[in-house]
Design a protein around this ligand. Structure first.
Ligand SMILES: Cc1cc2nc3c(=O)[nH]c(=O)nc-3n(C[C@H](O)[C@H](O)[C@H](O)COP(=O)(O)OP(=O)(O)OC[C@H]3O[C@@H](n4cnc5c(N)ncnc54)[C@H](O)[C@@H]3O)c2cc1C
Length: 469
């Protein structure tokens, strides 16, 4: 169908300015936060499940390919259209009316486009907390499609572990209602999980019900300096043994990833005064009991003091500080590294016990083959996750960025997946950025099952930019 006819059909389905075609307005939907840059036929912004259903019905009938987009904070290039100029971006940003907190069920129900910050603000009024937290402000539908992890996974788990229900619209416009907020329901195959971490290829998530948790009455944080990766793991085991579920976050930042934060964010105070240890670990304890009933700061202090007494504990400094100030440093890492030069980012995981060995091996491999690249690692060590960001000055690089990516990606993913038994995508999901490695490492039987599902749920293959089968 000619472009103008497609646009006329879309306009007939939606109200007013819900169809975007102006070039300058399309731009923010066409470029991803880190990877992904394409060209859209148009952007549509439905504001109800019914509108999403009508749009997909039309798209299926004319073979129009569609990519769902939430807040466009995804990091694998999966939320933007390809370069053909023939894909439709289905933005969920206006599908954001429903936001209901139920304190008895201890749940939140939200439309697919509602942002995390809005959900958490609504929960705070009821003394509740959204279990997942990260340095971006994604939509709840996007969080389901990528199975977001974040900084509190250690304590509360990821989206998959907290999801109670969802509503999804299939490619032919069928609305699948799986929103019953049951904590117990052992009645066979769990169809909700089809939409978790599958990058929107099986349907568009239009409503989500999540289990939420009591909001902590107090949080205490400290930065702990450590002399090596092995010492970081020693501290992790020590704190888990001493403090159990009070430990909410355990985030390690390598020296090369920490220094740029203070170069690019001068408003942030450097607790280490510029003398950065091999690793700075942000430790957070939290409790629903107030400070009058549980002295969390004393508990943290005594647990760290015990570790300081251990001869090879490797602690170099301890700086307690306000949670908001210390988290601003942690959340500033990614953006600061982007400002340092050209960056390639790898979100990998390995069994926790192998983290130090993996990072050492990866650092050695990069230094040997690509000496002009700076190796900056940081991440959720409590969950076995590490972000390896490689930064270089384009003026000094002997090859174009695309060539470096083609050389470095297989080398680092092979180390993580094959040698250390880990994953090439710990929490960012699958997208064009890592599609080739999905193809390489996913068992054929799993891909075959995905092909069967896709054939039934989206026979015309209109949804998404990722191929799971
Ligand atoms: C600074 C920064 C820090 C981050 N930190 C973390 C972190 O700690 N942990 C972590 O896990 N991630 C992290 N991320 C990645 C990102 O925030 C998550 O992947 C997030 O869940 C994506 O949500 P979104 O709404 O932005 O989705 P988008 O980027 O818009 O889309 C991501 C994918 O989901 C699909 N999708 C979006 N909405 C829907 C829908 N309603 N139905 C079906 N499919 C849909 C898209 O097609 C695409 O495949 C970070 C990102 C940034 C920029």
């Amino acid at each position: 169908m000619p472009r103008e006819d497609v646009l006329a059909s879309l306009r007939a389905l939606l109200d007013g300015d819900a169809v975007v075609v102006e070039r300058h307005e399309l731009e923010r939907y066409e470029k991803g936060w880190r990877y992904g840059r394409g060209k859209a036929l148009a952007v549509v912004r439905p504001s109800s499940t019914e509108e999403v259903a009508r749009l997909l019905r039309l798209a299926s009938s004319i073979g129009l390919r569609v990519v769902a987009q939430g807040a466009n904070t995804g990091l694998v290039g999966a939320s933007t259209p390809d370069g053909s100029g023939e894909m439709l971006v289905l933005s969920l940003e206006r599908l954001s009316r429903t936001l209901e907190v139920d304190p008895v069920e201890r749940t939140v129900t939200a439309d697919g486009g509602v942002l995390l910050s809005r959900i958490d603000a609504a929960l705070a009024e009821h003394g509740l907390l959204f279990p997942i937290d990260l340095g971006a402000d994604p939509s709840i539908g996007g969080m389901v499609a990528t199975n977001t992890g974040g900084t509190r996974l250690l304590r509360y788990g990821d989206v998959r572990q907290n999801l109670l229900g969802l509503e999804a619209v299939l490619a032919d416009g069928t609305v699948l209602d799986l929103t019953r907020p049951l904590r117990k329901n052992n009645t066979g195959f769990d169809a909700r999980q089809l939409f978790v971490g599958t990058s929107g290829v099986f349907g568009v998530v239009t409503k989500v019900v999540m289990r939420v948790v009591p909001r902590p009455a107090q949080r205490v944080t400290a930065f702990v300096g450590l002399s090596s990766g092995a010492a970081v793991l020693g501290l992790l085991v020590h704190l888990e043994t001493r403090l159990g579920e009070l430990l909410t976050a355990f985030e390690a930042i390598g020296a090369a990833a920490l220094a740029p934060v203070f170069r690019h964010q001068p408003r942030l105070r450097d607790p280490f005064g510029g003398r950065h240890p091999a690793y700075a670990v942000l430790v957070e304890l939290s409790s629903t009991l107030g400070a009058d009933r549980l002295a969390l700061d004393d508990l943290l202090e005594s647990a760290l003091a015990e570790r300081l007494d251990v001869a090879d504990g490797g602690i170099t400094d301890v700086f307690p500080g306000k949670p908001s100030e210390l988290w601003a440093i942690r959340h500033g890492v990614s953006e600061s590294l982007r400002q340092e030069g050209e960056t390639l980012a790898f979100d990998v995981s390995v069994p926790r016990s192998s983290l130090a060995a993996f990072v050492d091996a990866a650092r050695e491999a990069v230094a040997a083959g690509w000496p002009f690249v700076r190796f900056c690692d940081y991440g959720h060590w409590g969950d076995g996750g590490v972000h390896v960001n490689l930064v270089w000055n384009p003026a000094e690089a002997p090859r174009p960025a695309a060539d470096l990516k083609a050389e470095l990606q297989p080398r680092l993913y092979d180390l993580a997946v094959v040698r250390f038994g880990g994953s090439y995508s710990a929490e960012h999901g699958v997208g064009p950025h890592n599609q080739a490695f999905y193809d390489l490492y996913t068992p054929e039987l799993v891909r075959e099952v995905c092909r069967l599902l896709k054939g039934r749920l989206d026979p015309a293959g209109i949804l998404g930019t990722v191929r799971l089968g």
